[in-house]
Design a protein around this ligand. Structure first.
Ligand code: SAH
Length: 390
């Protein structure tokens, strides 16, 4: 069990670079989630600034599961902008926050270099945005950015050092899941999965999330806050069809390859995707049991499977002649989005040489599914705003 966990923390990373199947080019779903969560983030940061949290002169903020960009930059500029706007509007001038420590965390094999390479243009843009505002650059607090590689299911920062912790689209990744569940022909919870599969996923989530909370509880000051966004499910029934059906379709693609003799069926039976979409009730249950945080807000919203950022669109691509073109395009889009986040885990199990065929077949499966859907399939996302309570 321990060996599998170590392996996951070492292998998982979003696809690197900026090619067609890179996270950089396929992170629109995450971007959408951050932009919908913006008001919740803003409210949490303003409440921290409005309280007399100890040591606020040196404010510590973190993005956990930051990946290699570009969404973490969106988040950072939003938070920095909230802080500056708050003090620019004259409520409290000059700002009591004189130092802004920003920590970007992700697993070991994340492409941190690509974040570092983007920092000069991030700083330039920050300065430009600020200069375009009403105040002058000399009042801008230059963020001190560090990278913190490691699993958020354990300690990351010195004790009582952080004021605001954010994590988006990351906590649905489990630290591990057993490969001995014999989940026949499936790679996630499915209607046909035996109870042991449902229990294993739910128990692992509860254990991991509880460790996450107790680790952050050590690091966040009293009155400090967290805003966490999860892929979730709308119903308490884990086998009801919801957004994670994307993984059922991935299992279909794998089984199609197995029936063509390209991979062994047992390989599919022994693979379980180490992620889990909890329902709100489950989240609240773990929060209450662990006890270090009070829930300030909990909201659910939906994001289309085939979300594309407006600036990612090539206009020729979307001038569809008919619905068939639309579902083929959307099927490919969903397949790319799923490929960039799962390929690093699938590759060691099924073989690197299988990946192109697998995701080609998967895009077809998704398109077929989309054409049979009456409404556009969506992911459910839960955003939760928490306060550290001593
Ligand atoms: N927050 C970004 C990235 C989401 S992708 C966005 O919204 O676009 C999920 C990220 O979580 C991946 O980069 C993955 O490596 C990271 N992740 C998963 N498990 C993790 C863990 N245990 N500790 C730290 N990061 C983790």
């Amino acid at each position: 069990m321990e060996a599998l966990m170590t392996q996951l923390a070492q292998v998982l990373h979003m696809n690197q670079g900026n090619g067609e199947t890179s996270y950089d080019r396929n992170s629109a779903v995450g971007r959408k989630a951050i932009s919908i969560a913006k008001p919740v983030i803003e409210e949490a940061v303003l409440k921290i600034l409005g309280s007399d949290v100890m040591g606020i002169e040196s404010m510590g903020i973190a993005d956990l599961g930051c990946s290699s960009g570009p969404n973490t930059f969106l988040l950072m500029s939003h938070i920095i902008n909230v802080i500056h706007t708050r003090f620019r509007t004259g409520l409290d001038h000059p700002s009591p926050v004189t130092e802004l420590r920003v920590y970007l965390n992700d697993l070991f094999s994340t492409d941190f270099n690509s974040i570092f390479m983007s920092l000069p243009s991030f700083y330039t843009k920050l300065k430009q945005d600020y200069d375009n505002g009403r105040d002058s650059y000399q009042h801008l607090i230059h963020p001190l950015i560090s990278a913190v590689p490691g699993s958020f299911y354990g300690p990351l920062f010195p004790r009582k050092n952080m004021h605001f912790v954010h994590s988006s689209f990351s906590l649905h990744w489990l630290s591990q899941i057993s490969d001995g569940l014999n989940n026949k022909g499936k790679i996630y919870i499915s209607k046909s999965s035996p109870q042991r599969v449902l229990d294993a996923y739910s128990m692992q989530f509860q254990k991991d999330f509880s460790v996450f909370l107790s680790s952050r509880a050590q690091e966040i000051v009293n009155g400090g806050r967290m805003v966490l966004s999860f892929l979730a499910r709308p119903s308490t029934n884990p086998t009801a069809e919801h957004g994670m059906y994307v993984l059922e379709l991935l299992a279909h693609a794998l089984m199609a390859m197995a029936s063509n003799g390209l991979i062994k069926e047992e390989k599919v039976d022994s693979f379980n995707m180490p992620c889990y979409a909890p329902c709100a009730e489950e989240l609240i249950m773990v929060l209450q049991k662990e006890g270090s945080f009070i829930t300030d807000r909990l909201e659910a919203f939906e994001v289309d499977w085939d979300t594309v950022a407006p600036d990612d669109l090539d206009h020729d691509q979307v001038a569809f002649d008919d619905d068939d073109d639309q579902v083929i395009f959307s099927g490919q889009q969903v397949a790319n989005n799923i490929r960039v986040v799962t390929e690093s885990i699938l590759e060691p199990h099924f073989g690197k040489e299988m990946m192109d065929d697998l995701f080609q077949k998967y895009a077809e499966e998704v398109s077929k599914h989309l054409s049979s859907c009456v409404t556009r399939p969506k992911y459910t996302v839960l955003v939760i705003s928490l306060i550290r309570n001593f």
